[in-house]
Design a protein around this ligand. Structure first.
Ligand SMILES: [Zn+2]
Length: 124
């Protein structure tokens, strides 16, 4: 990583990617905020909510929890990517230190790994 800090990439538009990361982070934060209330415990009072609609509500809640979980993971990836930008390490695979493909970064500026390491999966 010390080496990478001195060899920032000039083949990718880091400020533009950074702007996209910040925009996406702010959007995710808004989504997390706005859907917080939909994660409130499901009303179990059967006199008020029929059995079928209660199941719908439980299912919707489970999906909401999963969506929120994915958003938190994405937020973590974005924060990490912004950290790498600050450190001058952006654009290099966190696993093997090789440059991450330009197209890959354009599709997902928060990608922490090169395509080879990503396909090899975690914990190799
Ligand atoms: Zn790699």
């Amino acid at each position: 990583m010390m080496f990478n800090a001195m060899t920032e990439r000039d083949d990718i538009d880091v400020p533009a990617l950074k702007a996209r990361l910040i925009e996406r982070r702010d959007e995710l934060r808004r989504l997390v905020e706005s859907s917080a209330e939909s994660r409130a415990p499901v009303e179990l009072d059967q006199s008020r909510v029929g059995r079928l609609s209660r199941m719908d509500a439980l299912q919707a809640q489970a999906m909401s929890v999963e969506t929120q979980r994915r958003r938190q993971i994405e937020l973590g990836r974005i924060d990490a990517a912004l950290g790498r930008i600050s450190a001058g390490e952006f654009g290099f695979c966190v696993t093997c230190d090789e440059p991450i493909g330009k197209v890959r970064l354009r599709l997902d500026p928060s990608a922490p790994q090169c395509i080879d390491c990503a396909q090899a999966g975690p914990g190799r």
